[in-house]
Design a protein around this ligand. Structure first.
Ligand code: AMP
Ligand code: MN
Ligand code: MN
Ligand code: MN
Length: 286
């Protein structure tokens, strides 16, 4: 039986709703053999996830999803197999979390101008003192009845042109890929379908990314349609990137990001785990 991989998931260390051990337990129950925890801009969940993985009998790939500003836009770069003790990566992400904190204050200030008070405290109640992001604001706004669900809140309050939008000033792609490689990891372009780039722009991104030493692209993703999976599979083949698979799971209530339940990679792709399966699983040492 081929192994089941899910290489993109979130826990309460960023904007997921399950603790790292609960996420690992659910993944194991869903039949996942190899799970990457890839919280936004933090490594905090990895130690407890690793311990839980030992108990659950699955392989935990220590990961991270780094926010990057590229071409005036926010994109996400996954780091798979990073050493969570790496000093440069840790220090870099600590700086990002300072930026996140400042951005959160600014989001709250703008929401207050739009008549929505107490948003910083409200969002913090959801982030529980950990990394803060727009999802925590979304949950607060849903709780207050401003919209029916998180998607609606994003659409009306938290994206460009809306009252609570604050532009992110994230790491450069050079910096992010450098941190990942320096920590022994492999860099992967996350959910390319989400960016709505033209072919020219996506190829420019891939060109820069591979020149910096990036090696993979997410082909199968919870935010891709089946057609997009095929499209990005062809990009992967054409540009010789390794193909990755991830649900981008955040919480059990979202059926479209089904933990471990993603479609298989098209047969012509080279999966990012081809080499892992050949040379073994280094991550238990972390
Ligand atoms: P941040 O990194 O704080 O800007 O937040 C980005 C996160 O917000 C993403 O990882 C998603 O979890 C969530 N998100 C972004 N756009 C949407 C949307 N339209 N609907 C629901 N969640 C979204
Ligand atoms: Mn998220
Ligand atoms: Mn993402
Ligand atoms: Mn994600």
């Amino acid at each position: 039986m081929p192994r089941i991989y899910d290489l993109h998931t979130h826990s309460t260390a960023s904007d997921g709703t399950l603790t790292p051990p609960a996420l690992v337990a659910l993944a194991a129950a869903r039949g996942v053999d190899v799970l990457a925890l890839t919280d936004h801009d933090t490594l905090e969940g990895l130690a407890s996830a690793q311990t839980a993985a030992g108990t659950a009998g699955l392989i935990l790939v220590p990961g991270v999803e780094i926010s990057v500003t590229w071409g005036g836009r926010t994109i996400h770069i996954l780091g798979l197999g990073v050493d969570r003790r790496n000093r440069t990566l840790r220090d870099g992400l600590a700086e990002v979390s300072v930026h996140r904190r400042r951005r959160a204050e600014e989001i709250a200030r703008r929401l207050a101008e739009a008549g929505i008070t107490g948003a910083l405290e409200g969002a913090q109640a959801f982030s529980n003192g950990r990394l803060i992001g727009r999802t925590h604001f979304a949950r607060f706004l849903v709780q207050r009845g401003y919209a029916a669900d998180e998607r609606e809140v994003f659409k009306h309050y938290l994206v460009k042109g809306k009252p609570g939008y604050v532009v992110g000033n994230w790491a450069t792609i050079e910096t992010a890929v450098g941190w990942i490689r320096g920590a022994g990891g492999q860099a992967v372009i996350a959910h390319p379908g989400r960016y709505r780039f033209t072919r020219t722009k996506l190829l420019r991104l891939i060109g820069q990314f591979t020149e910096l030493g990036g090696v993979g692209i997410e082909v199968v993703s919870g935010s891709h349609t089946r057609d997009e999976c095929l499209l990005f599979a062809r990009y992967a083949e054409e540009t010789r990137l390794l193909a990755s698979v991830g649900s981008d799971f955040h919480r059990p209530e979202n059926p479209w990001t089904d933990l471990g339940g993603m479609a298989p990679l098209p047969g012509f792709c080279t999966p990012i785990w081809a080499e892992w399966e050949e040379t073994g699983w280094p991550w238990t040492r972390f």
